[in-house]
Ligand binder design. Structure first.
Ligand code: SF4
Length: 272
């Protein structure tokens, strides 16, 4: 089969975890994958169960409509962070508020990847140990005489991330990142953590240990969803080596040593 995902892409890992769980639970015939557009949509050619392609950011609304129609199906809502937490944030909040029957996977790589790497609210960059990502959106020039920020640059391309990394291609040189700055990266638990949801967990999909943990959390989300419905979300910190212009192994180091310190890993909400 023609390979569409880039080398080292986290979507492939997420898809393999889902595939394992579906096989282990023997629930393939009940599965519907509700896929967002962009790189998520590429999965439609990999999976051998039914799938729906949704408009950008509208996966949870499609999921709700589908479940109202055919409650017997297990609908996996599969989205990127831009779709889930920016374009689709209304759906996310209200679906969580209602504790809709949701089994959602959000791939968090900080970017809108397929369209070239525009930053999502979750962006923390590859150089998170600097504490503040000064490279995001600082090149702003409004009118001829108004300068916003220190680095003024005329031109239209102001939102494409300029990723600066202190990781070389021979290995990581990351120092301890700043982890307590709540302004770095958008954390969905700050929005839905106090709503009456069933489950929210975050894992990374970088190496065997973390992938095993991710599988455990996704398994729990499946079990809770199948048993009693409710809003179940697992966010996966996920590599996108292409847009960060890193070797896959260096991307893994960025997530393990940087992003995982900014974003809390673990089961963050686990209600009965
Ligand atoms: S652009 Fe990034 S997210 Fe998209 S397929 Fe390539 S590595 Fe994966």
């Amino acid at each position: 089969m023609y390979e569409m995902l880039c080398a080292g892409c986290g979507h492939r890992t997420a898809m393999m975890i889902l595939d394992e769980i579906i096989k282990e639970k023997n629930i393939k015939e009940k599965i519907i994958m509700a896929l967002d557009v962009a790189c998520c949509s590429l999965l439609i050619d990999y999976v051998d169960y039914d799938a729906i392609m949704c408009a950008h950011g509208r996966v949870l609304d499609v999921t709700k409509g589908y479940k109202m129609m055919r409650d017997e199906n297990i609908v996996i809502s599969y989205m990127g962070d831009g779709a889930a937490y920016s374009i689709g944030i209304e759906e996310m909040i209200h679906s969580a508020r209602r504790n809709d029957a949701v089994l959602a996977i959000v791939i968090n790589n900080g970017l809108y990847s397929m369209t070239g790497g525009q930053v999502a609210p979750t962006y923390v960059g590859a150089n998170v140990n600097a504490g503040v990502n000064v490279n995001v959106g600082v090149n702003v020039n409004v009118g001829a005489d108004v300068n916003v920020g220190a680095n003024v640059n005329a031109g239209a391309d102001i939102i494409r991330p300029i990723v600066v990394t202190n990781v070389d291609t021979e290995g990581t040189k990351l120092s301890e990142p700043v982890s307590n700055d709540n302004n770095i990266g958008f954390k969905i638990e700050n929005i839905i953590g106090n709503l009456p949801i069933s489950y929210f967990a975050r894992a990374s999909i970088t190496d065997k240990e973390n992938i095993d943990t991710a599988k455990k959390y996704i398994n729990t989300a499946f079990d809770k969803y199948i048993k009693s419905g409710g809003f179940n979300l697992v966010e996966l910190l996920s590599p996108c080596p292409t847009n960060y212009k890193l070797k896959p192994v260096d991307m893994v180091n960025v997530i393990n040593n940087g992003w995982s310190k900014v974003y809390k890993i673990g089961e963050i909400v686990n209600n009965v």
